[in-house]
Structures are given as structure tokens and as C-alpha cells.
Write a protein that binds this ligand. Structure first.
Ligand code: HEM
Length: 502
């Protein structure tokens, strides 16, 4: 399978962009509508008074805020998964979210990037702006030794010191908290010291008091209701029956409400302030981690592009071209031109996908390998969009129809052009990466195994086959198979991606 521009970026872009409709990634389903709640076991629980989109944002904050920027430790690294037993991480948000995200983790997609993406998507899909999402986080292998998440009963000094350690000054801390507390609620179950039991009802079984009157919307309302004294007046951490638990009030008043007044005056500019503050939060990572450039939605994206062998007798290159545009165009033509001079015009399918970034359409193709012999790239051209170019290679590939996981056994078949001058079969290697459970967190870890290849029977022209089998531990997400020639990675295939796949 060819991934453009890389497996990590392609898979993460899929989650970010393919929100609803045809070929949606299923990630957005949990936060659609934005007041939706899915429990730890994946059931919808509309009467609980909980909000998945808000939980995702809170998980991002709690993972981040144990960062020590001076020491270069902590930040967004999914260590929160190991820290749920800490009193400062009360509530169901962490295990609920990790359970939902877990199937999306694989060799290329770490949990830490999903923690960040959770915040990006909650904000963007629920009324806020796109926080440019920079991938490349690395999952922690244990709890962060640094503790200290602000709690409702924390003193102002302690709270500001905790924010300060993670790189946020007083005004930033007020802004970030207002950006966070524009969604969701504080719940009696978990925080009886904030919300008393009068909040419990059949329609609110966890006893949530909402921070503002639009708990599912990322909007400036919490600031307006706080300053104007309307609606929820800034929410339960301002108005709690228990004065000790009024942590938002203490924080907002700590500069005489100057920052809250400023956020109020910004109007919709509040959204830009939140993009800036939340970006800083999400991009706070351990010193040794280097984030990549922000992912931008791709207008022309080849997906599931792969060589395959049909009925043991025909080599084909198949896949789909995803077109992301402002609107759908029925019957749109898509021209695919290969570097050997061959080109084909294909049409988009009728089904459309809906994205926060536009509308997606898909043009499937299946091209006879004999027509594109020696092609090393192709370009895609369609009305109104800039032509895009993509590399391919035909040295060797994983045969999708003959590669699978059954139970815990991975069967791999690869095909290679054995007639090339420089071909050396002993240089072909296959490695399998399996996301498996690990103690103390719902975040998986990767287990790697090498597959011993043996020459297999059959051939197709100059193409010969090799196959191998490996038994892996029980996977909790997609298993990836990587074929290399010496040091050079040639092909990758994800097996059983389930709801997380295309
Ligand atoms: C002084 C700092 C803060 C304190 C003391 C605090 C405390 C709390 C508490 C006690 C809850 C209730 C949780 C529950 O009942 O499940 C809560 C909810 C929440 N917090 Fe904070 N928080 C702070 C700052 C932040 C920041 C900076 C963000 C994000 C940028 C954030 C995002 C959220 C969200 C989205 C919720 C709603 C969760 C839900 O509805 O499940 N908080 N916070």
C-alpha cells in the first residue's frame, strides 16, 4: 500500500478530514452531535450528563499540565493513561477516551498524537477553529514522575505554579481555562465537592453542572455569562455551593478580571486566542521529541493504492483518488497519468463524504500492470484543483489478497521482480508491528516480530513469490506489515484496521 506522503500523515489526515458519510474514519462519530457521550465500553449514554467532546479536551489538558518545560519533561505524551489512579485525575474522561481511541493506535499512530487530535477535533467540529495539528508525539512508557494538576480545592498560588511549570503565565492560564471550560460540565460523580447531589436526576445521572448554557459548543459563552452574570455565570467552579471549590473564580479574579474582560472584548477573536493557547498546550512535548509540520487537509489524496495480483494471473494497481473540494461535482473526471506515458480517466463514485473542510468524493481505479511497466510516479488532474504528483515503485510488494491475520497468526506473501539486474532475494525482509495491551494503561504498546520468508511456488512473468508466517500477541488495533529491501522500506500494509481503517 502506498501512503501519501507517509503512513503516519496519511492515517492522521484521514481521521482529521474524513468526518462523516462515505469512507468516514469513525473518529468523529463519538463527538457527533457535540453533546454526544460514549461510555468506556462504547455505549451511548445520553442521560448521563457527560460529553465526550469535552472529555477529550480535558484529557489533553491533564496530559499536558504535568510538563516541566525547564527540565524538558512531560507534556503531550499519553502518560495520562498511567496516571488515572491519581486523585488529581478523577473522573471517567481518561479511561472513556483511551478506550475509544485505542483501536486507532498502530505502528504509525501513537496514542499521544490521538490525545492531541482529540482536542483539535473537539474544538474544530464543535464551533471552534482548526488548531493546526502537528504530529510526531511519542508515547510515554510510564507515568510522568511530575505530579500536580490544578484541582477545585487548589490555592491560587499552587494553581499558578503548576501552570507556570508547564510554560503558561497568569494571563495564559486564565485564557486556557476559559477556552477549556466553554465545553462540558463538573459532575457530582467524581466531584461531589463541586456539584452537590441536587444535580442528580433521570436525565442527568452523573449530576453534571454545565460550565455555560451551551455545553456542546466551543464558543465564547462561558466568558460572556461570567462577565454579564447571565446563564451559568461562569459555571460550577465559579458558583459552587462550596466556596473552597471555586477555583475558576479565584483564577479569573486573580488579575481583577482583566483577562476575562479582554477575552470578552475580543468577541469572536476569542476563537483565535484559543487556537493560540491550545496549540501551545498540544505542542508542549518532552525535549527530545521533534514535532512535524502541521497537517493540512489534502485536496487530492490517493488512498488504498496498492499492487495486487488478481486470480494469480494479472498484476494490477488499484485504489481510489479522494478529492476534497468545497462542493461535490457529480460525475467529475479524474485523469491519472503515469510517468511511462500511460494515462486513464476515471470518474468519482456517487457517494460523498462530509468533512469540516469541505466535501469528499472518491474515484476508484484499477489499472493493468502491463500498461504501466517501469512507471515510477503518477499525476492526478481534475477540474479546479492543482495537479498533484505521487511516487510508486514496483520492485517488490506485499500481495494484499494473500496477506492476512487469522486469529493471532499473520500470513504474509510478497511478490518481487526477480529479473532486475541488482535483485538479491536475501535482502527482502518483513517485519510485523502489533499494538498490544500493556499493564497500567489503556494505551497499547508495539510488539515487533520478523517474518522468515521462504520462496513460494508460482510466478507471473518475472514476478516471483515469497511467503512467511508469524504468530503475534492479541492485537488491539491494526497490525502493520512492512516490507524492506535492505534498509529501504518498500511497502506497508495494515491488517484488520476495523473501525479505524478505510
Ligand atoms: C484552574 C484550572 C482548572 C481546574 C481546577 C479544573 C477543574 C476541572 C474540574 C473539577 C472539572 C470537572 C470534571 C468532571 O466532573 O468530570 C473540569 C472539567 C473540564 N475541564 Fe477543567 N480545570 C482547569 C483548567 C482546565 C483547562 C486549562 C482545560 C482545557 C484547556 C480544562 C478543560 C476542561 C473540560 C473540557 C472539562 C469538562 C469535562 C467534561 O464535561 O467531562 N480545564 N475541570
Amino acid at each position: 500500500m502506498f501512503y501519501y506522503p507517509s503512513p503516519a500523515i496519511s492515517l492522521l489526515e484521514h481521521i482529521l478530514v474524513d468526518n462523516w458519510g462515505a469512507y468516514a474514519s469513525n473518529f468523529s462519530a463519538a463527538i457527533t452531535p457535540c453533546t454526544n457521550y460514549v461510555t468506556e465500553i462504547g455505549d451511548a449514554a445520553p442521560n448521563s450528563g457527560r460529553t465526550t467532546a469535552a472529555q477529550w479536551l480535558r484529557v489533553g489538558f491533564h496530559d499536558f499540565v504535568t510538563a516541566d518545560v525547564a527540565a524538558g519533561t512531560g507534556g503531550l505524551d499519553a502518560s495520562i493513561g498511567f496516571e488515572t489512579f491519581r486523585d488529581e485525575n478523577k473522573g471517567s474522561a481518561f479511561n472513556d477516551s483511551f478506550t475509544f481511541w485505542r483501536p486507532f493506535v498502530n505502528e504509525f499512530v501513537p496514542m499521544a498524537d490521538l490525545v492531541a487530535l482529540g482536542t483539535v477535533m473537539s474544538v474544530n467540529l464543535c464551533g471552534g477553529k482548526y488548531i493546526p495539528f502537528r504530529p510526531g508525539r511519542v508515547d510515554a512508557t510510564g507515568a510522568d514522575p511530575t505530579t500536580g494538576v490544578p484541582e477545585p480545592g487548589s490555592s491560587l498560588e499552587e494553581t499558578l505554579a503548576q501552570f507556570g511549570r508547564s510554560g503558561f503565565n497568569q494571563a495564559d492560564s486564565i485564557g486556557l481555562t476559559a477556552c477549556g471550560h466553554t465545553m462540558g460540565s463538573a459532575h457530582h460523580s467524581g466531584f461531589p465537592e463541586v456539584s452537590d447531589n441536587s444535580t442528580l436526576s433521570a436525565n442527568n445521572t452523573n449530576g453534571g453542572i454545565n460550565f455555560d448554557t451551551s455545553r456542546g459548543a466551543f464558543d465564547p459563552l462561558v466568558v460572556h455569562e461570567y462577565i454579564d452574570g447571565t446563564g451559568n455565570r461562569g459555571g460550577p467552579l465559579v458558583t459552587s455551593f462550596n466556596e473552597t471549590s471555586r477555583s475558576d473564580l479565584r483564577l479569573y479574579e486573580s488579575d481583577g478580571n482583566a483577562t476575562m474582560e479582554e477575552l470578552y472584548a475580543q468577541g469572536d477573536g476569542f476563537q483565535d486566542t484559543c487556537v493560540e493557547l491550545l496549540s501551545r498546550m498540544l505542542n508542549t512535548v518532552p525535549a527530545q521529541v521533534v514535532l512535524q509540520d502541521a497537517i493540512q487537509p489534502v485536496a487530492i489524496k490517493p488512498v488504498n493504492v496498492t499492487w495486487d495480483i488478481i486470480d494469480e494471473k494479472q498484476l494490477v494497481l488499484s485504489g481510489k483518488i479522494r478529492i476534497l473540494d468545497t462542493e461535490a461535482e457529480t460525475g467529475r473526471n479524474v485523469t491519472i497519468s503515469f510517468s511511462n506515458g500511460y494515462s486513464e480517466v476515471v470518474k468519482v463514485e456517487n457517494a460523498t463524504g462530509v468533512s469540516i473542510f469541505g466535501v469528499t468524493q472518491y474515484a476508484p481505479f484499477s489499472i493493468d500492470g502491463s500498461k504501466i511497466t517501469d512507471a515510477s510516479s503518477f499525476t492526478v488532474l481534475t477540474d479546479g484543483l492543482e495537479t498533484a504528483a505521487f511516487d510508486i515503485q514496483d520492485r517488490a510488494f506485499i500481495v494484499p489478497g494473500l496477506t492476512e491475520i487469522t486469529g493471532n497468526t499473520v500470513f504474509v506473501t510478497i511478490a518481487a521482480d526477480a529479473n532486475r539486474d541488482d535483485f538479491d532475494a536475501s535482502k527482502l525482509t518483513v517485519r510485523v508491528a502489533t499494538p498490544i495491551t500493556q499493564p497500567l494503561t489503556l494505551g497499547p504498546r508495539m510488539a515487533f516480530s520478523d517474518v522468515q520468508l521462504e520462496a513460494a511456488g508460482g510466478s507471473l512473468g518475472d514476478v516471483r513469490y515469497w511467503s512467511g508466517v508469524v504468530v503475534v500477541d492479541q492485537p488491539v488495533g491494526a497490525v502493520s506489515v512492512r516490507l524492506s529491501y535492505g534498509e529501504e522500506p518498500l511497502d506497508i500494509m495494515l491488517l484488520d484496521a476495523g473501525v479505524a481503517g478505510w
